[in-house]
Design a protein. Structure first.
Length: 379
């Protein structure tokens, strides 16, 4: 009988250990992140495009006639169609001068469409119902890469009459979905002449860069990748993969790595938000937080005389104000006797119904005392 009990206990123990190991493996694999989500290849970048245009068709909500820029822009647009109209002859509020912006993604080709954002630069009251006239969008080198035009989509409105104004959101900003057409394509240069590529981390970290390099070497061979600094990992494209560069990059992005992270506590004093990793440590520290509550109350009562017979004209009802001042001091000391985490401290303070802004003050004091082993970011 005892042998059966021992055998059953041993089997149960082995099953529990296997389950624990499986859970541990699951947790470890859950922390692994694809290389694709940790950064990008050097050369992968977006290009900003900007231009100046005209929005027409406004119902009297455009720029005022005193705006010289609007009159000059409209005169220049008319001159392209053999209409010689001077700026002083234009008196219209149906036109507005705008700045047009878009983002040109890498590997954009001719004929691709881009979303366009339109912003009023004059004194127009609203861009609702307007249409953007053909506008060239230039890059930083001064070259036109896209042409934009089309009706505006404005997520607001503004109507005023007889001094009454009704407004929703910002009616002087609009967009033209797919309103720009790429005229000059771009191509990002990912591979150098000596067949090398550089992978750049979004958050520079020496440990993460070393782990990425080791994972690439395990996949494609030793010595292929090498971490140059905290953000850049240089790698040589294998000779067998140079004709299949897309497949090589796809396999590179699918490699999983467990990234290292720095301990940070982010505090937003405007919204009272505290964001921290669950494992940010706090050393042994004593915390005492007091609260002083002061209330002043005034009570007004009527005082009636006891005898109103022949007492004279000076006898009348009087109002008496009694002032009461209450002072309540509540001291709530809390002691952290051993090593703990920010999550435990915040949960403890939340159970004590401590306001969020007081929690922020306590975290700042703990950081000043040198007990918070993390970077405290105040937003």
């Amino acid at each position: 009988m005892q042998r059966r009990i021992k055998a059953w206990a041993g089997a149960a123990l082995r099953g529990w250990l296997l389950a624990a190991m499986a859970c541990t493996g699951t947790l470890a694999s859950a922390e692994a992140v694809r290389v694709k989500d940790l950064g990008k290849l050097q050369g992968w970048r977006e290009n900003a495009l900007v231009g100046t245009g005209i929005v027409t068709g406004l119902a009297g909500t455009g720029d005022s006639p005193s705006n010289r820029g609007t009159r000059q822009a409209l005169s220049n647009a008319m001159s392209q169609f053999n209409l010689n109209i001077g700026p002083d002859q234009i008196q219209s509020r149906n036109v507005a001068v705008v700045m047009v912006s878009a983002t040109l993604s890498p590997f954009s080709r001719e004929g691709d469409t881009l979303d366009v954002t339109v912003n009023s630069v004059g004194d127009a009251r609203s861009l609702v119902g307007g249409s953007l006239v053909l506008t060239g969008l230039k890059a930083a080198n001064g070259r036109v890469y896209a042409l934009a035009q089309g009706p505006l989509s404005v997520g607001g409105y503004r109507y005023d009459a007889n001094g009454n104004v009704v407004q929703k959101n910002h009616p002087t900003v609009g967009s033209v979905p797919g309103g720009a057409t790429v005229e000059v394509g771009v191509s990002a240069q990912m591979v150098s002449e000596n067949h090398q590529m550089t992978f750049v981390l979004n958050e520079p970290d020496y440990t993460t860069a070393n782990r990425v390099a080791e994972a690439i070497n395990r996949r494609y061979g030793a010595g292929l990748a090498q971490a140059r600094d905290a953000s850049g990992i240089e790698l040589l494209v294998p000779e067998a993969q140079r004709r299949q560069l897309v497949a090589f990059v796809a396999g590179l992005e699918s490699i999983t790595v467990e990234p290292d992270r720095r301990a940070k506590v982010v505090v937003n004093e405007r919204t009272g938000t505290v964001v921290s990793g669950g494992d940010v440590r706090i050393s042994k520290v004593a915390i005492s937080h007091g609260d002083l509550k002061l209330s002043v109350r005034n009570e007004t009562a009527a005082s009636q005389p006891y005898f109103l017979g022949e007492a004279g004209d000076g006898v009348r009802t009087a109002l008496v104000t009694n002032t009461r001042v209450d002072v309540e001091e509540r001291n709530g000391p809390g002691f952290v006797t051993g090593s703990t985490t920010v999550a435990d401290l915040v949960q403890t303070l939340a159970r004590l119904k401590t306001p969020t802004r007081d929690i922020i003050s306590i975290l700042r004091a703990v950081k000043a005392a040198g007990a918070l082993h993390a970077e405290l970011l105040i937003q």
